[in-house]
Design a protein. Sequence first.
Length: 697
Amino acid sequence: MVDAPVSATAVPPTNTSTVLGACPHDCPDTCALVTTVRDGVAVKLQGNPAHPHTAGVLCTKVSRYIERNDHAERLVQPMRRSGPKGSGQFEPVSWDVALDDIAAHLRALQTDPETIVPYSYAGTMGLVQGESMDRRFFHKLGATLLDRTICSMAGGEAMVHTLGAKVGMRIEFFAEAKLILIWGSNSIASNLHFWRHAQAARRAGARLVCIDPRKTETADKCDEHIALLPGTDAALALALMHELIVHDWLDHGFIADHTLGWEQLRERALQWPPSRAAAVCGVPEAQIVALAQAYGTTRPAAIRLNYGMQRVRGGGNAARAIACLPALVGAWRDRAGGLLLSSSGHFPADRAALQCPDLLAGRQPRTINMSTIGDALLDEARPVKAIVVYNSNPVAVAPESGKVVAGFAREDLFTVVLEQFRTDTADYADYLLPATTQLEHWDIHCSYGHTDVLLNRPAVAPRGEARSNAWVFRELARRMGFDEPCFSDDDEALCRSAFAPGAIDHAQLLEQGFTSLKLPEAPFAEGRFPTPSGRCEFFSARLQAQGMDGLPDHLPNYEPAGSSTEFPLAMISPPARNFLNSTFVNVTSLRAIEGEPLLEIHEADAAARGIEDGAVVRVFNKRGEHRCRAEVSRRARPGVVHGMGIWWRKLGLDGTNVNQLTSQRLTDIGRGPTFYDCLVEVERVAPSSSAAGSGPE
């Protein structure tokens, strides 16, 4: 028999598989992913329906991840600067040329390694690509340590000094609560899977209250919105305590058995009647009274606290005050009661094994706060001579960006950037190194919104010559002559070392891509808080020992609303719904949804300034100015404007974004940034001057 000829149009069989992974982005949800790969190409990305927290659902941003992965502007080869700093002019070079030259520059600074600064944050939340081989490398080098404060330190430290760690309710039990306070969170945009539980609770009869200066999409869907002024959350919390006390809506048994400092807190709270807080917060007194009654008489009552409220001078105190509330009413007795800011303190990650701090060998390098990188780069007394940036875009995201830009523009600053795209920071690099995406490397993830560990497997080969962060620092270590065995660990080995043997179910993690921590349903029903006293610490001796007030209090903003006639408007800069900080800004479909940089302004404030909807405005203060389009919006309350961000500067009308206006002042606790503690003025730009800059593409 003669074989039939093969048709010229015959389609060869396809090789299709699915790969389990995890979303790497800075979000509480840490979703489990399933990527469908056909002939080596990712063709579909979806939430893993087998993961209870993800339930097969992804946010709009991550559902477009393949578009981001396959973007035509992905960096696919190492690049060396060929033009002025900030020009974005580069020429391709080989990995060997780039890494040899980078190692030579760093070796020349080894006599004073504190002139070398690593700069990274949560561009990936992965333990391997975010905080493993990189930390080993810089520890061995003896480089400056980075205080990674830019997002959550004020609130996180507040939880440590009140509850003992970043711990709280299990997210799934919010579905059983009868009252949920959503405090400083636009959950629909930034915590989608919590919102699913909140909606389940509401369908079962729960009342949802949103506490936020902005009338967010979440506020629209809640039963009540309390539009307090930025930075006044502690005043509201103290007034709630006042009402709980005077009406005896207290759990005296829980207070006696499981708290510390009750008498001192009681005395302070009684100084905050609702009338006083109403004047400070700019909300009706009756609204505070009604909220206190609801919280004091509804069980179970739960608080979903998020990080928006702690980005002001008194943010740490405010988070502490709010964290005291569940213990006063005994809400912790119920699995559907209590509070959650972050669950990250529950995870037994072995960071010492990942980061090898012993490589410092007793040295104690200086520490630079990432939130004040602008000042640090311009400090002539203790100069920074080299900076290595990865998992971050500081030129866009760090406060007071005029100073940040000036620092990165220094011709004598040697700058290396590991990136997937030509961000604002990438434009200032001397060497630009192409980084892999989550679809292209190994990693392991904790969460700060639920209590599962997730494993990420690479689904496709890296684009072009892209390499993982861990690979880059491994190769640099080899060129620097670092011969400790820990520098030989590959990415899979790093995943295995992230948790000590027995800490998690590794077999389950490998099989299904996630595994749950074994935790009680109501972690503090019987007290046993992870504080030194084992109690919820209303009074913190540890804070007092640092020269701070041991009790939570209201600290007015550095720039309180209404305190300046020159700059009469308070500005907050909440994230745009379809971006994640500065990530996803260059994804065409998502940018099309967002449109362009906007300033939301209340109609009364707009009318007083002759500003019409859609007009180009100049937003300014003593730190700088930023031009964008105004949206006269019901989402803004009088006296407060919203600079929706964070857009890449190069896409703005005048090459800036809202961080041109924010300050480098730090929070009361945790040394965090004060992005939402910012006064500005707004004026209409004359039509003849409104076309400055190239604008969004």
